[in-house]
Design a protein around this ligand. Structure first.
Ligand SMILES: *[C@@H]1O[C@H](CO)[C@@H](O)[C@H](O)[C@H]1NC(C)=O
Ligand SMILES: *[C@@H]1O[C@H](CO)[C@@H](O)[C@H](O)[C@H]1NC(C)=O
Length: 252
């Protein structure tokens, strides 16, 4: 049964060979989401993959743990990832820190910090996204925005950043839809099943922004792209994020 469910679910990173966008979204105004990072890496089969991420400190990005791979590459300040835009900053990754309790089978604790080799230069195209102040759960029906360079169901090519508005759903909906995987203490349930809007393949690791604050990280969902989908709940990981950044900064 567990295997059966797993083949229906997918993580939302994607192979770099196919460009695309979010489902039912629109192109973002260039550089209106300056915290967005475009990530590429090689998975264990040597395939070139893409994910999203977001800048939370000048030297730190957050993304999903399942976006971990070799030769991690970061572009900040991008709008069209296939163009050599002047705003783009490519900074090498110094350390990758996937959550120690990240579980590949249950998808629990799907969060990773990336430490950059040098500080990002903050300007109109590159900026920080605020983390939640406290461990408070976002209420159902809250409107949030997710952005990414992932693909659509139709795989229409788009190399520009796309965004879509999604509503937070009740915990019960995801408990029912993803009974083997959904963990309400570490995950959020997002997206109206009756609306053709969603994050999809290639959007993994991108932030769910509610009221200007990063509340979720794109994690997993059904292969057919249907909503609701599951996001990592950032407010559950605030002590981990702060402690890990502090430890790494002290290490230099
Ligand atoms: C939910 O996640 C927490 C934190 O990792 C873990 O302690 C707990 O056992 C998980 N619950 C279930 C039902 O897996
Ligand atoms: C998508 O797949 C899931 C799991 O198989 C199923 O429950 C759901 O009804 C499907 N949705 C659509 C719109 O096909």
């Amino acid at each position: 049964m567990h295997f059966f469910i797993s083949v229906l679910l997918i993580f939302l990173q994607s192979s770099d060979s196919r460009a695309g966008e979010i489902i039912g979204g629109r192109e973002a105004k260039p550089h209106s989401r300056p915290y967005m990072a475009y990530l590429t890496y090689f998975d264990k089969n040597g395939k070139n993959m893409r994910c999203g991420g977001f800048l939370v400190e000048k030297k730190f990005l957050l993304t999903a743990a399942h976006c971990w791979g070799s030769s991690m590459n970061i572009i900040l300040g991008a709008h069209n990832i296939k163009k050599p835009e002047k705003t783009q900053q490519r900074i090498p990754v110094l350390r990758t820190i996937p959550h120690k309790e990240y579980n590949k089978k249950t998808f629990n604790n799907d969060i990773m910090l990336l430490q950059l080799k040098k500080m990002a230069r903050l300007n109109h195209a590159v900026g920080l996204l605020a983390l939640p102040q406290k461990a408070v759960k976002v209420k159902p029906r809250t409107r949030c925005i997710v952005a990414g360079w992932g693909k659509t169901l139709k795989t229409q090519a788009s190399d520009t950043l796309q965004e879509v508005e999604l509503k937070v759903r009740s915990e019960y909906e995801c408990m029912e839809k993803y009974p083997q995987h959904y963990n309400h203490s570490t995950q959020m349930c997002v997206g109206d099943p009756n609306v053709q809007k969603a994050s999809f393949q290639g959007d993994s690791g991108g932030p769910l922004v509610c009221d200007g604050v990063a509340q979720g990280i794109v994690s997993y969902g059904f292969k057919n792209g249907s909503s609701p989908r599951v996001f990592t709940r950032i407010s559950s990981f605030l002590p981990w994020i702060k402690q890990t950044m502090k430890t790494l900064e002290d290490k230099r």
